[in-house]
Write a protein that binds this ligand. Structure first.
Ligand code: ADP
Ligand code: ADP
Length: 226
């Protein structure tokens, strides 16, 4: 579990477009912070800079006590969950969850222990031998989260993880994500354009609009006084 600090962050894309302008954010240990705002306002760009998937044009991001500007994604101790689950279709649920740890040469016994713990948390125990195509959308998203959990990251990043699910499943998965946050007690940064999702999930909400932060505060403050 780590704090995450964004200091005067800017992102200027190669075509000259400034997608993020002077973002300052202090995200506390174990906090669930939601970045919300209309499509194109720079949420994903911001998250991807925290993940190391996008270069920071100006400013400084730190995770824990460490400045990560020049640290590659795999060394940042973060895990990211996307809307398209990006599961390996030919691998079982178990192997999808185990894959990242295998790459990192974890011992088999440790892999098994972590995958089993994650499946228990996510209710995937009975599905470990299935292939992704034999799963529902919600189950696939659970596997994608499982893949992130087994890494035991300091920080969890979510980029619109529920936007491919139907309304009923979205409500269910919101509950699961909250439960997950309670159980593993990790710092979470969650991107969505959905205000209800933001309100139900966030300890604190950061409202973005056209590259800048408009408001930061607890959900009641943000949505009671538009
Ligand atoms: P959001 O996640 O809020 O929908 P994004 O961070 O994806 O917004 O995008 C912010 C802005 O940056 C948008 O106007 C988008 O078109 C632009 N953008 C995103 N990626 C690139 C890129 N690779 N090159 C140029 N502009 C980009
Ligand atoms: P490997 O991962 O090298 O194929 P393992 O002995 O770890 O060998 O696992 C063999 C297969 O059994 C794996 O591909 C995995 O899909 C499945 N498996 C392993 N452990 C479990 C488990 N606890 N529950 C369900 N399936 C499992």
């Amino acid at each position: 579990m780590s704090k995450v600090t964004l200091k005067a962050i800017h992102k200027i894309y190669d075509d000259g477009y400034e997608a993020v302008r002077n973002i300052n954010l202090d995200i506390k240990h174990g906090e669930f912070l939601v970045l919300v705002g209309p499509s194109g306002c720079g949420k994903s760009t911001t998250l991807r800079m925290v993940a190391g998937l996008e270069e920071i044009s100006k400013g400084e991001i730190s995770i824990g006590e460490r400045t990560v500007n020049n640290i590659p994604p795999k060394d940042r101790n973060i895990a990211m969950v996307f809307q398209n689950y990006a599961l390996y279709p030919h691998m079982s649920v178990y192997d999808n969850m185990a894959f990242g740890l295998k790459l990192r040469k974890f011992p088999k016994s440790e892999i098994k222990e972590r995958v089993e713990k994650a499946s228990e948390i996510l209710g995937l125990d009975a599905l470990l031998k299935r292939k992704p195509k034999a799963l529902s959308g919600g189950q696939r998203q659970r596997v994608a989260m499982g893949r992130a959990i087994v890494r035991e990251p300091d920080v969890f990043l979510f980029d619109e993880p529920l936007s491919n699910l139907d309304a009923k499943m979205r409500v269910e998965m919101r509950k699961e994500i909250l439960q997950l946050h309670r159980r593993i007690d990790t710092t979470m940064i969650y991107v969505t354009h959905d205000q209800i999702e933001a309100m139900t999930l966030g300890d604190r909400i950061c409202v973005m609009n056209v590259g800048v932060i408009e408001q930061v505060g607890p959900p009641t403050v943000i949505f009671d006084h538009p």
